[in-house]
Design a protein around this ligand. Sequence first.
Ligand SMILES: Nc1ncnc2c1ncn2[C@@H]1O[C@H](COP(=O)(O)OP(=O)(O)O)[C@@H](O)[C@H]1O
Ligand SMILES: Cc1ncsc1CCOP(=O)(O)O
Ligand SMILES: [Mg+2]
Length: 352
Amino acid sequence: MSSDSVYSCSDADGAIRTRIAEAVQAVKDTTPLAQSFTNFVTINLVANAQLASGGTAAMSFLPDDIIDTAKIAGANYINVGTLLPFYKDALPDIAQRLAYLKKPWVLDPVAAGIGKTRTAILKSFRDYPPTIVRGNASEIIALADMWGLPRNSTDFTNLGDVHGKVGGHNATSLPQPHAASDTSDNIPTSDASAGTTTRPAGVESVDDVDAAIPSAIALAKHLSSHMPAAMAQRFSSENDAASVPCPRAAVAVSGAVDLVTDGETVYRLPGGSAMMAKITGAGCSLGGVTAVYLAVADPLIAALAASLLYDRAAEIAEHESHGPGSFQVAFLDALWNVTAEQVASSPLLVAS
Ligand SMILES: Nc1ncnc2c1ncn2[C@@H]1O[C@H](COP(=O)(O)OP(=O)(O)O)[C@@H](O)[C@H]1O
Ligand SMILES: Cc1ncsc1CCOP(=O)(O)O
Ligand SMILES: [Mg+2]
């Protein structure tokens, strides 16, 4: 844990840490399968990260293949980073069929807000939504906006200033967004309270994680309200019923300080390494590993466990590497070597 951090919110309780440790260990012990429909750029890192965290991987793009595999997979993952024309029909169909089968899935809405096709696909998921959404701040804001979700007005300024990470994504430290013509192809993401409007910058975020809190909460509530009863029951039976009376969906927002919410409680996860932004697929592979954990745990625990594992592994990799190439290799090794206890004893701050 970093000693220079300033926290104004409380530490997570022991019960949630126990469940995180159990999830990490269960993956190492049972090697669950998570199926992925993911982009061509980072597909190899996604599979390798899933294996290194203890799971197994299967990549597929054909709806009938995916539905057959979903019947034997513990969870599924859809990432819209690279698109082909047939995806516009295939992905809404897959989401609908996963819903009918009550199969849990993770969505990474890569580059949400860019392009008519991506927007049409992401909009189609509104009525057959995933169990977890994992994205960077701009993607979370854009997705909530395109689903027309109301912003939650809760004031989270008491979350404190967390300095657990080196560097960070923010609007000033990143290149300017791609020049976007002002057409309906691009969904501007706006922060009404701040009076600002931003646009997605390709696959990178132009927003701070905190700016995405209201959108993340609204998304998590929407996902939870659509969770099939049978799926909620499955998550309940995997946990102590007293501690998880009503399992909810979860949203994970990544950045310099990650954030996870189930729509009721907001968790902040400091730590990690700015070098994660220097390899392609850090976020995509985090989505894939989140799906691995979703195969053995409820959405909140899965999102927390995966993000905490990534932070601890990134810190080790930064220490052991000399640039992006060796960082990626060291990061995969660290995913393999970090223990359940290390993940569960991570800094984990609760606000609400
Ligand atoms: N500045 C940073 N400091 C520490 N960790 C970071 C930083 N930027 C990204 N990460 C980590 O990299 C992983 C991917 O996050 P991010 O880069 O936001 O996703 P994406 O690649 O989808 O934009 C997460 O584990 C996140 O914690
Ligand atoms: C570069 C790129 N282009 C389309 S998808 C993709 C990978 C994005 O990976 P990540 O979101 O994990 O950085
Ligand atoms: Mg991404």
